[in-house]
Ligand binder design. Sequence first.
Ligand code: ATP
Ligand code: MG
Length: 421
Amino acid sequence: MVGAIDFSNDINALNQRLRLANERLTALYESTQTITSTLELNQVLERLAQSTAHVMNVEACSIRMLDETGTRLKLVASHGLSENYLQQGLVLESEDLLRRVLAEETINIGDATQDARWAYPSQAETEGLHSILIAPLIGKKDALGLVLAVSHQPYHFVDDDAKFLVAIGRQGGIAIENALAFEALAKNEESKSKFVRTVTHELRSPVSTIRSLLRTFAEGYLGELTDTQRDTIERILRRADFLQMLIDDLLDLAAGKSDSLMHEANTHVQLDAIIERVIKRLQIDAREKKIELTCLSVRHDQDAIVLAAEEGMERVLGNLVSNAIKYTPRGGRVFVSLSSGEGVARIDVSDSGIGIPEESFPYLFDEFYRAPNARALVKQGTGLGLAITKDIVTRYGGQMSVRSQLNAGTTFTVTFPIVSQ
Ligand code: ATP
Ligand code: MG
C-alpha cells in the first residue's frame, strides 16, 4: 500500500490533551466559584489554599502575602502542611528570585531537598516535600504575594501545571482584592457612625443646658422681660429644640447603623398597647390642627405580640403618626389600624393629607430627604424620621411599605413576624 499515513497515535494524544484541558478548565471554574462565594478575607484565603491543592492534584499548598512594607512575605493560609514547617520565613534563597516571581514569573523546583534555590532543604526533607511550584498572586496593579503548590513526588510539575497555577493566582488575586475592598468598606462605615455618635453625643449636653437656661430666662426667673425680649428668647428656644431633636435623631441613626452597638433587649411587645399610648400622646397635636385621630384595633391580644423593644416600637409608631398629622391639612383625618394573620402583625397608618409625589418615592427612606410638597407645607423637618423608622423596623425583622396619592392621602404599612407562643 502506498500513501496511507496512520494518524491514529496523534489523534489519541490530541484527544487526551483535550480531555485534560477540559478537566482543568472545569476544576478552575469550580475553584473560582468556591473562592469568590465569600467576601470574608480569611475564608477566601483558606478556600484558595484548599482548592489549589485539590485542582492541582497535590498534597499541599500555601499562600504567602506581602506585608504592609511590601518587602516581606507573611504566611496567610495553608493546606496539608505541618505547623512546624510553616514557621519558615522567606521561602526562596535569594531575594532576586523572589522579586522575579513577584514580577509574574513562575518557579518550578523539581526537588526542594536538593535545590539550592529553596531556603529550607532539610525541613523539606523532614516534611517529605519534593516538587514545589510557585506562582504570583496577581492583583489589579501588582503582585500581592505567592501561591505555592507542593507535591510529595519529585519532578511532579510540567509546563502546563505552571500555566495553570498562574491562572489560579490571577483568580485568587482578584478574590483577595475584593475581600480587602469589602473589609475597608465595612471599617469605613463603622468609623463613620462612630464619628456621628461621638460628635452628637458631645453636642447633646451643651444644647440641653442652653435650652434649660433659655427656659429660665423666658419664664422671667432672671428678671422681668419686655415683650420683644421674650419673643426673641422664645424664637431662640424653638431653634434650640429643633437642634436637640436633630441630635437625638442622629444619635439614633448612628446607633441603628452599627449592629455591634445596638444591644437593647428585645421582649414580647404588645402592639395594641403601644398604639394606644402613641395615639394618646399625639392627640394634642391632632386636636390643635382639628384633625380627627382614631384607631381601630382588631383585638387579638395573643396574636399581636412581636419580638422588639418597646422604646423602638414606640418610635416607629410615633414617627409614622406624627408624619401623618404633620402632612395633613387642618380638618383632615388620620387613622391607625392593627390586624394580624398568616404569622404577621400589620399596622396601617393612613391619612387624608397632601400625599407623596411619584418622583419622590425612590428617596423617601433616604436620610435627609424631604419631598418638595412637604417642604412647602412645613418648614421644619430633618428628613431623618423615615430613615430611622425603616432601620428600626428592619432590626425587628419587619417590613415597611407605602401607598399614596397626591393631594388625597397616604398609607404607611409596617408588618412584623408574630412571636409563636
Ligand atoms: P423629620 O425628620 O422631622 O421627621 P420629615 O417628617 O420631613 O422630618 P421623614 O419623617 O423622614 O422627614 O419623612 C420624609 C419625607 O417623606 C417627608 O419630608 C415627606 O416628604 C414624606 N412623608 C412622610 N410621611 C408622609 C405623609 N404621611 N404624607 C405625605 N408625605 C409624607
Ligand atoms: Mg417625620
